[in-house]
Unconditional design. Structure first.
Length: 298
């Protein structure tokens, strides 16, 4: 694995001798990887390919859903049900245990959402997602006019109830992630090339929103997929690969360099130290020193 070390503390997080292995390829635009801790499989999107795939070490790769409605971000709720952001339909959906699909959100105050992009679930069951406009353009979505006049972060109850705007002063909100204690929320704003940090109040309101870190470097990419490991390090897609930030002050420790534009990533494996990357037409894996946190007790 090639890494760019900007601060030697990066080597407490990454093993520079670890290999970066290509698990599968020939996709069109991979995104939204999510790990099931109980069943030990990875689900991810191929947006342009209009499919959701599932990968398991023993079985390899299989199509999970086609069409996927140009699905992008995925996560699991506290019950282990898959939640998915659909570009082509501007919906957030939930896959039930019997395989049926429930629509959790598609409209706000009577107007269609822009195109839900990335999604997380807090331990209290509330669902949070970003809503930029990328999915309303051909290529990674379906061309159609916008109905909302803002691009924000939304919050809703576990079953789609009480959909509210948590914050709306973004250019294009993209990846989002809670700190391990869930007292703060990070949100990437892609065109502005930065990550913001909000305090989450007891009633779910967001306050603050100061810039936590700027993204810089060479190579393709911009702030996109965003997650935190179990120690609170902030990982975010950016120029040249995946950037790793110190939670205390936003210092960029370095970059996991990828062979192609990398939009997203996640942790998995029995010990949550397998690190999966969705990079353009490929799915990759490496090993890291600090584990991720399972999304639910599965």
């Amino acid at each position: 694995m090639a890494i760019q070390v900007r601060d030697r503390r990066l080597l407490e997080v990454l093993d520079e001798s670890a290999a970066l292995t290509r698990l599968a390829g020939d996709f069109q635009f991979t995104e939204g990887p999510v790990w099931h801790p109980g069943r030990q499989h990875l689900t991810f999107s191929d947006i342009r390919g209009n499919r959701l795939y599932r990968w398991r070490q023993a079985d390899g790769l299989a199509v999970f859903r086609e069409p996927s409605h140009m699905a992008n971000g995925n996560t699991y709720d506290r019950e282990g049900r898959l939640l998915t952001c659909e570009h082509a339909t501007s919906r957030v959906t939930r896959t039930e245990p019997d395989g049926s699909v429930t629509v959790l959100a598609s409209r706000y105050q009577g107007k269609a959402l822009n195109s839900p992009n990335d999604i997380v679930v807090r331990r209290d069951g509330t669902v949070w997602f970003t809503d930029p406009t990328y999915g309303r353009f051909d290529g990674v979505g379906r061309a159609r006019p916008l109905e909302l006049d803002f691009r924000g972060v939304f919050r809703m109850g576990p079953n789609g109830e009480a959909l509210t705007v948590a914050c709306a002063d973004f250019d294009m909100p993209n990846g989002l992630a809670f700190t391990p204690d869930e007292r703060h929320l990070y949100v990437a704003d892609t065109p502005r090339m930065h990550i913001r940090r909000f305090a989450v109040e007891a009633d779910g309101r967001l306050t603050g929103g100061e810039v936590f870190a700027e993204s810089s470097g060479d190579g393709a990419g911009a702030p996109d997929g965003l997650k935190t490991d179990s120690a609170g390090h902030v990982f975010c897609a950016g120029p040249g690969g995946v950037h790793v930030y110190l939670p205390a002050d936003g210092t960029c420790l370095g970059v996991i360099e990828t062979p192609a534009f990398c939009a997203n990533f996640t942790w998995g494996g029995q010990d949550m130290r397998d690190f999966f990357l969705t990079a353009s037409t490929g799915l990759y894996r490496t090993r890291v020193e600090v584990p991720g946190t399972p999304l639910f007790d599965g």
